[in-house]
Ligand binder design. Sequence first.
Ligand code: BYC
Length: 305
Amino acid sequence: MEDQNNMERFQAKIDAGIKIEPKDWMPEKYRQTLVRQMSQHAHSEVIGMQPEGNWLTRAPSLRAKKILMAKIQDEGGHGLYLYCAAETLGVSRDKFIEWLHQGKAKYASVFNYPSPTWADMGAIGWLVDGAAIVNQVSLQRTSYGPYSRAMVKICKEESFHQRQGYEIMATLAKGTKEQKEMAQGALDRWWWPSLMMFGPHDSESANTKDSMKWGIKLETNDDLRQQFIDKTIPQIELIGLKIPDENAVLQENGSYKTSDIDWDEFWNVIKGNGPCNVQRLKHHVKAHEEGAWVREAAIAYGEKQ
Ligand code: BYC
């Protein structure tokens, strides 16, 4: 009876758009869903530093290097806000990292692809951050207060990331024949993995129904993906590149119809068999172990204060 009353009050708050705060009563499944999604989101930000870190020492100019370095640092910062927000649900950061290293926690599948050229830095900023923004703008209104507030700050920084990526692509697209080919190659490589970032079709998405009811997700995977497609295809055309999908067609309602995603590839990458899964996790474990002394020193300093 008590639980039933709590549940009704909880749902009424969600329906009225009132945020749920850490000390408020919440159903255990709501808490678990947030722990899962927020920690995965944090891991994505941090693991996502790797494909770009690959180009830091080879950026084509000092200006390009400074911008890339600032962007990668921002991603690390996003991870920190999100870990802090997720810790308010009663799980420690050490636990989140342990789950990541044990393969129990996921991170965005898109970061398991390689970044072989400088144009990949453009494609990641433009498409990967662009896809993330569409999702995160929606998540600014999510029902859990700490997650929603973290998203507001993150979205401001992601807009800059998206623009710096598009600038790289636009510059290459109006450069030499080789530069234009490099830009097209990166677009071809990152287009489909970026569309996969939004998750499986709504009909296959196990978590969407509960997440929508509880206001964790405000829009479905397919709706957000479509928004990204409709926003991005005109940007591809504007810089004279080719849409990596021969079947993409503008419909009368102003929205694009596109080919379906290769879902076998998506699930295969999620299961750990993407081109870079092993490398990404191994690198994270190594960096974590090598950073142990920094964490110890920070704790010792904190205790002395
Ligand atoms: N990759 O029921 P569904 C960034 C999993 S980083 C991997 O639809 P949900 C950036 C899903 O977890 C920003 N796994 O799930 C950083 C579930 O498995 P579990 C990244 C995926 O949670 C550096 C299963 O598939 N953004 O911007 O309702 C450089 C069924 O899916 C993926 C976020 O993390 C995927 N793509 O919806 C540049 C956004 N898709 O957990 C840029 C926050 C699905 O039940 N997350 N799965 O075992 C979300 O919005 C949602 O969690 C998702 C999935 C839309 C991703």
